[in-house]
Write a protein that binds this ligand. Structure first.
Ligand SMILES: [Zn+2]
Length: 298
């Protein structure tokens, strides 16, 4: 069964349930909806992302993503996992999105490390001289300018991003352009993927993806909090780096696993124990999310 008809069927089943079916009618033989999960280690190769005092974001995202892949493969043996990169290489975001879509991903997990700009504070003023032309003559003028001290930004903690709601149209367009949608449209007897019916169906799909992305993002942040991490919660972002979330035709989240610009957190992100904890938190959330979508295994 293809994805769209599976989705339409689940809507139909939900309608049947509301109209008072017995639980026997809902009983399974349904195949899982989450079959393939894409793990994306942010940045890589010529793009090392954020920098700490001794490590880079690209190194850390790869280490964390590799550990996450291993743990999830062990604990979810019936699910297929695909990494967008497993070495230190750069892929343009469009390549990453294509990998996710062509591999028929049902979920996109993007791993990143955050950075905050150094804190800038005024510590005094100094007088500097410059020359100005007054009535054709050069005149020396003095002015006071502040002097600054830069210090590392102490901000730390995690956050999980979903695409900004105003990008939903982009997601809908992406869904329509996806060949999986095109083949679903054929099965659904939609003659033209650009027709209003096709657009409405793709919008419904996009809304469902958004809702599920927010659910998973909340579960991930809850796990981090349970592990004693500071959480900035589920956030929406609209700029570069998040594009891949709206270009992947599936629920998608981007996890900022900590701040590399905070010395303590850089140490935590680099430590074996820290990486294990991060991966455990994300994996717990993914397992719960799959149970929510597919039901608990019998
Ligand atoms: Zn990043």
């Amino acid at each position: 069964m293809n994805r769209l008809s599976a989705y339409v069927l689940s809507l139909a089943m939900a309608a049947v349930c509301v109209s008072g079916s017995t639980s026997a009618q809902q009983l399974p033989t349904k195949s899982p909806k989450i079959k393939t999960i894409i793990i994306d280690a942010g940045h890589g190769g010529t793009d090392q992302g954020a920098k700490g005092t001794y490590s880079t974001e690209a190194q850390l995202t790869l280490q964390i993503a590799l550990k996450l892949d291993t743990l999830l493969r062990n604990e979810m043996p019936d699910t297929r996992f695909v990494m967008t990169r497993s070495t230190d290489v750069y892929h343009h975001p469009t390549v990453k999105a294509n990998i996710a879509n062509q591999e028929n991903g049902d979920l996109f997990l993007c791993i990143h490390v955050n950075a905050a700009p150094p804190k800038k504070e005024i510590i005094g003023y100094k007088t500097i001289a410059s020359y100005k032309k007054v009535k054709g003559k050069k005149k020396k003028v003095y002015k006071k300018v502040p002097t600054y001290r830069y210090s590392p930004n102490p901000v730390y903690g995690t956050s999980t991003y979903v695409w900004a709601a105003d990008r939903s149209d982009e997601k809908t367009k992406g869904i329509i352009a996806d060949e999986r949608y095109e083949s679903s449209a054929e099965v659904m007897d939609i003659p033209d993927v650009n027709s209003p019916e096709a657009l409405i169906k793709a919008r419904l799909w996009s809304q469902k993806f958004f809702k599920n992305s927010v659910r998973l993002a909340s579960m991930i942040e809850e796990e981090f909090v349970g592990n004693g991490r500071k959480s900035w919660g589920v956030l929406q972002r609209n700029h570069m780096g998040i594009w891949v979330l709206q270009a992947t035709n599936m629920p998608a989240v981007l996890v900022e696993t900590g701040f590399i610009t905070n010395k303590e957190e850089e140490d935590y992100l680099n430590s074996e124990a820290g990486q294990k904890e991060i991966v455990r938190s994300i994996a717990n959330a993914v397992i719960k999310y799959k149970q929510m979508i597919d039901g608990k295994p019998q």
